[in-house]
Design a protein around this ligand. Structure first.
Ligand code: BMA
Length: 380
């Protein structure tokens, strides 16, 4: 499948900024292949993802993989995935939470300088990076999960409000971090960015009953406008609802084909063995909708987040995840982070050395459809 990149026209502000030479993150165009065509960094990442999708393979991803693991913190070269399965993940997800406050560390205490270095290291080993964002509530200043009766999204997208002023600054900071991701030769490092995720549930201030469809869609538009104004062109954009029962719920707040490159879904496995049937049902319903809606639009489809906290089902990678990705063939599947034991005692989604799920994970890694970093490096 050949996916076309989302594109919105440059607004007047961007043209003025470009003319004045003020584009912050602009990566410019880099010659590719024979040199006959110029592609943006985002297009080059999209082309690599297209190759994986065409081969019906699935990139394995893990959040925060090289920043810390269950029993270590910020030790260069380490990875729970590598130490159990022999290779780094093909994709690493990072979270920008607290970048909006110019904090030196993110909401999970990951130093943003370390994140930048690890994004580059993953890129240089041939892997892919994705970014999520759990920003503060622009009205209350509380975290993403603190819900009150105010529609903070409506305020954030309305010109002239304090929340709109904050949101533009916050988006600008996210855009500058992403647009500023450069390799040793000054070339932009392309990433998948997946803002305003799981909006079909009501647990984040931007989701579900906490806002309305027009406000949510306007938030995506504002996000793209700020990134475009900054000239950021190294982003592949991902949309990722949580569990849905049908296509209508999946598409209800879809911001539009011009704003989205990857149609994803986040579905978690809760309650161990007892929750198996529920996970299978939720994943099958949600992934089939996401896959079909993506195919209809010529977009890529990904299993943007999943996992079973603390892996109580020890063969989970082969009994649950492998059959799902074999059936649905998302371009990537990402499991959530292995929180350090000193921070959160039982919050991990990939094995670590000695955990009973590592045998199943090795079989998963050796399966011909899964792609880890070494295999990703062969895909140009
Ligand atoms: C959640 C948990 C939290 C974390 C957040 C952002 O699902 O892992 O502990 O702060 O993601 O990474």
């Amino acid at each position: 499948m050949k996916a076309s990149i989302s594109h919105i026209p440059l607004g007047a502000a961007a043209i003025v900024a470009a003319a004045a030479g003020m584009m912050y993150g602009s990566c410019g165009r880099t010659a590719s292949g024979s040199g006959a065509t110029d592609v943006t960094p985002a297009q080059s990442l999209l082309a690599r993802l297209d190759s994986v999708a065409s081969a019906r393979q699935v990139i394995f991803g893990h959040a925060d993989d090289t920043a810390y693991g269950r029993e270590w913190w910020a030790e260069e070269g380490r990875s729970d995935v590598k130490e159990t399965a022999g290779d780094f993940p093909g994709l690493i997800n990072w979270d920008l939470g607290l970048i909006e406050r110019n904090s030196p560390v993110n909401l999970d205490s990951v130093d943003f300088n370390l994140m930048r270095r690890e994004i580059l290291a993953q890129h240089e080993r041939g892997g892919i990076n994705a970014l999520s964002w759990h920003p503060l509530n622009p009205h209350s200043g509380a975290n993403s999960w603190t819900i009150d009766s105010i529609d903070a999204v409506a305020l954030a997208v309305t010109d002239g409000t304090a929340e709109n002023d904050s949101m533009k600054v916050w988006l600008g900071r996210a855009a500058e971090f992403i647009g500023g991701l450069r390799d040793g030769e000054g070339r932009c490092v392309p990433v998948v960015f997946r803002p305003w995720h799981e909006h079909t549930g009501s647990w984040f201030w931007w989701g579900g009953d906490n806002t309305t469809t027009p406000s949510y869609v306007a938030l995506w538009k504002l996000t793209r406008e700020v990134f475009d104004q900054k000239g950021v062109d190294n982003v592949v954009w991902a949309y990722s609802p949580d569990v849905v029962a049908d296509a209508e719920s999946y598409m209800n707040r879809y911001p539009g084909d011009s704003l989205v490159d990857i149609m994803g879904a986040d579905v978690y496995h809760f309650n161990g063995l007892e929750g198996v049937e529920n996970y299978r049902r939720n994943a099958a319903a949600t992934l089939s909708v996401a896959r079909d809606e993506a195919a209809r639009r010529g977009k890529l489809f990904a299993f943007t987040e999943t996992g079973s906290e603390a892996l109580p089902v020890s063969d989970w990678f082969t009994s649950e995840l492998l059959p799902l990705i074999e059936q649905f063939r998302p371009v990537y599947v990402c499991v959530w982070r292995n929180a350090n034991i000193r921070h959160k005692e039982n919050h991990f989604y990939a094995p670590y050395p000695g955990h009973p799920s590592q045998d199943s994970f090795r079989v998963f890694r050796n399966d011909s459809i899964t792609i880890f970093a070494n295999e990703m490096a062969q895909i140009h």
